[in-house]
Design a protein around this ligand. Sequence first.
Ligand code: BG6
Length: 481
Amino acid sequence: MNYKKFPDNFIWGGSIAAHQCEGAWQEDGKGPSAIDYLTGGTFSKARRVTKEIVEGEYYPNHEGIDFYHTYPEDIKLFKEMGFKALRISIDWSRIYPNGDDEKPNQKGLDHYTQVIDQLLACGIEPIITLFHFEMPLHIVREYNGWLNRKTIDLFVRHCTTLFNEYKGKVKYWVTFNEINHLDPSCDFDSIFTYMLAGVEYDVIKNPKQDLATIGYNMTLASAKVVAAAKEIDPSFQIGGVFGLTCYYPQTCHPADNLQAFFDTNRDFYQMDTFVNGIFPRYKLAEYEKNGIHLEISEKDRQVLLNGKVDFLGLNYYSSSVSPSVVVKENEKIDGVLAGISNPYLEASDWGWKIDPVGLRYLLNYLDRRYHGIPMIITENGLGAVDELDSNGKVHDPYRIEYLRKHFVEMRNAIDDGVNLMGYLMWGPIDLVSATTGEMKKRYGFIYVNKQDDGTGDGRRIKKDSFEWYKSVIASNGENLA
Ligand code: BG6
């Protein structure tokens, strides 16, 4: 094997999520989902959850980019770029509109059959995320989302329906997207917590305890789903996707280095369980010290052991600096949203630090921690303000530059011996931002002519990066110029 090259069967492609692109929020029997009650926001103005759909409010996910109807043409564009795979999510509220319905919604199942068939017809392998922030609202309101163990059973039933339905067509599945953002140290009123936990703020009585319970219940759900999948088809490959950032110490003081280790490590407790089948002792020790109690029965322990994943998906956008424990308070913070600035790195328009070497670092770290487990980069990309010029073209050299530098570091990681199977660029077609709800934050190779004020005809336009990625794929990563 030539370690300097991408492996011959390297999976180049892209990654999207149902709620950020489909729209059609009330079509073909779909029930309302938690996300459908999230308003739009901006970099400086957080999205809000409303109790009802309020007239005059903007709910960007109701329309998305209309992928529910445009998927045949959009997938053809992915094929033109040479995609080997596309990661999509299946919206739970299209299959079980209330989550606890007796029977699945046939129209929802049929829709995804058509999408999957279209992908296969284009030679694109579907990779399905089973939970990418899409929970039926009824489960949020009646069951309190992942706080309730009954939700685990409902989710397993939903996934079992999908496994039986798409067996023979889909090989790669992902249980959860980024559950690592759930931890007792998180803010309970952050949008990420709502999207992941499926719990409304006023339900939470004891935030630290409840967040630990939610994180644990989802971990258990993942293991149960893996076991259910393997029973239906042992050849299924099941993974978990984690959104990671590496934390650098702010100074080389040993106490800061230790703090950076703890900050990076915060994102690993579910991943350790996914891979090793054992809920980690260090997390239980932390919980005990903080008065948090988890009910882990012997039966649960068996479930975790039987539900280990086959591969890991890494979502990587940026790195962070761990606030120093020795530097004085007033010298620490540099912009609330952007965190502490790293003088060696540039940042995106949204303050996310651009750090390709951090990707190589994390890939190596995961490789050593999990003994060469197969990995796919399931998300990576640059959210930027793209504009149409007077000729109706979009020139995005900054995106090409961002991706090129990350591809070089991926190749370096492969040369380091990392078992990297593929790269799926986030948002290969512009879609609704998860954190801000904006269209303005664009990631795509394909521009979607839709603006946050509702204007635009939805037209698809190839950006300069479209041809560039096409040639990267055609040369299997050799041609990065
Ligand atoms: C990841 C999510 O955390 O980040 C995606 O899995 C999300 O759903 C992506 O879109 C980028 O974030 P944003 O806010 O720029 O859309």
